[in-house]
Design a protein around this ligand. Structure first.
Ligand code: FMN
Length: 184
């Protein structure tokens, strides 16, 4: 049986997009199918999320940049259209994880991860963090938290993903695909 994981993100400057690609690659390496989705059409290759994508998926990775310590408005607007799914309990028990980036190390990315988690918890999804058996989590001097993968983009968004950030993105993609396939 195919395991379908939606990787849903918003990105203005490419950080979240790069993280989403790392997560997708790890999902595919586990033999699952990664469906890359965005909230709005920013680039020709973007595929905008539909409610059917969420209803039919076996797992969800959800990420946006940090905006004043919260999720990007594009994502908030989308979640506010999902009351019908909530009423029918259509996302209950699906595994999920969250990821984010911020300009500065202490610019609120952990708060954003918690904020990203809230609509998923309201929908009854099962949140996966990053366990400390991922060695990069203890040693990282860039992004990466127990609440989800993060990236520190820098004040002009010029930082590429660090080796630790990449490993942590890959670990969440792998774990999400593994757990989603076990729950099928
Ligand atoms: C309206 C706005 C609010 C932001 N708020 C924060 C913030 O609270 N903390 C921070 O470190 N960076 C903040 N940033 C910077 C973004 O988080 C950063 O540009 C983003 O993580 C880069 O991701 P992207 O390349 O995927 O767009 C903000 C940017 C904008 C436009």
């Amino acid at each position: 049986m195919t395991t379908n994981i939606v990787v849903l993100y918003h990105s203005s400057h490419g950080s979240l997009e790069a993280m989403a690609h790392e997560i997708c690659d790890a999902i595919e390496q586990q033999g699952a199918n990664a469906l890359l989705r965005t909230f709005v059409q920013r680039q020709p290759h973007d595929i905008v999320i539909s409610k059917e994508d969420l209803i039919n998926c076996d797992g969800l990775a959800f990420g946006t940049p940090t905006r004043f310590g919260m999720m990007a408005s594009q994502a908030k607007s989308f979640w506010e259209t999902t009351s019908d799914l909530w009423l029918k309990g259509q996302l209950i028990d699906k595994p999920a994880c969250v990821f984010s980036s911020s300009s500065s190390m202490h610019g609120g990315n952990e708060a954003t991860l918690l904020n990203l988690s809230l609509p998923l918890l309201h929908h009854g999804m099962m949140l996966l963090g990053v366990p400390y058996d991922v060695p990069e989590l203890l040693g990282t001097e860039t992004g990466g938290t127990p609440y989800g993968a993060t990236h520190v983009a820098g004040s002009n968004n010029s930082n590429i993903l660090s080796k630790d950030e990449i490993k942590i993105c890959q670990s969440v993609g792998k774990r999400l695909a593994l757990i989603a396939s076990k729950l099928q």
